[in-house]
Design a protein around this ligand. Sequence first.
Ligand SMILES: Nc1ncnc2c1ncn2[C@@H]1O[C@H](COP(=O)(O)OP(=O)(O)OP(=O)(O)O)[C@@H](O)[C@H]1O
Ligand SMILES: [Mg+2]
Length: 229
Amino acid sequence: MKITDMEKKQGSFQIHIDSLTLEAGKIHGIIGGNGCGKTTLCKLIMGILKPDRGILDYEGLDLKDITMTAQRPYFIQGSVYENICYPLKLRHIRPDDQKIDHWLNLCGLTEKKHQYARSLSSGEQQKVSMIRALIFDPKFVMIDETLSNLDPENLELFENVIFDIQKKQTITWLLISHRLAHIYKMCDMLHFMHQGIVLASGSKQEILFESNDERIRSFVSNEVIRIES
Ligand SMILES: Nc1ncnc2c1ncn2[C@@H]1O[C@H](COP(=O)(O)OP(=O)(O)OP(=O)(O)O)[C@@H](O)[C@H]1O
Ligand SMILES: [Mg+2]
């Protein structure tokens, strides 16, 4: 996906993406401080927001193959099962109950299948939100801070889910997280946003450890990144 000269104004905030390439098949990370425009960018890519101007080149990708998990998951009134089926219903895909049960089992949510989704704990909601995003085999997935409330074990579970999917079908991911260790572990490419613009794109090494930009260095220096060899 290529974004060129895209602008969107929301109140006093303006996002302006001069040029951003999200190479297909890679795991991209977006980092940057609160309010710099990460969620806004995702909504623009999803088509929830329309840009005031600019070009979003989806390079053949259909909007129905793109999905996003929200920072605060939104559920329809109904059970966990009904929520997981919802994106399938929208796409006229018959639910594969075996596949749904497999996901619920993997996430330790088998007992919660018929529970009212909005009554789940925050971490459980984030897991259901992930299942709901992945259930229809999307080609472009944006994860907006969704994994932030997961305990270390569940975070690792989803990190492995993402790596497993990459091994089988290679889709494009856009991960947003303030946990730099998670970003370092997962991403092929990093994009740093600041006040509505993309300051820099590059490898995680370049962005996290080699940047000369004071804004990036100061952001990164707030967290020690544990590197596992
Ligand atoms: N509908 C709106 N009207 C006015 N301002 C808005 C609107 N939606 C978002 N904004 C502003 O746009 C800016 C960017 O918001 P956005 O949610 O994209 O930030 P973010 O990078 O995702 O931050 P965070 O790390 O806190 O999630 C914020 O200052 C926000 O207040
Ligand atoms: Mg956000």
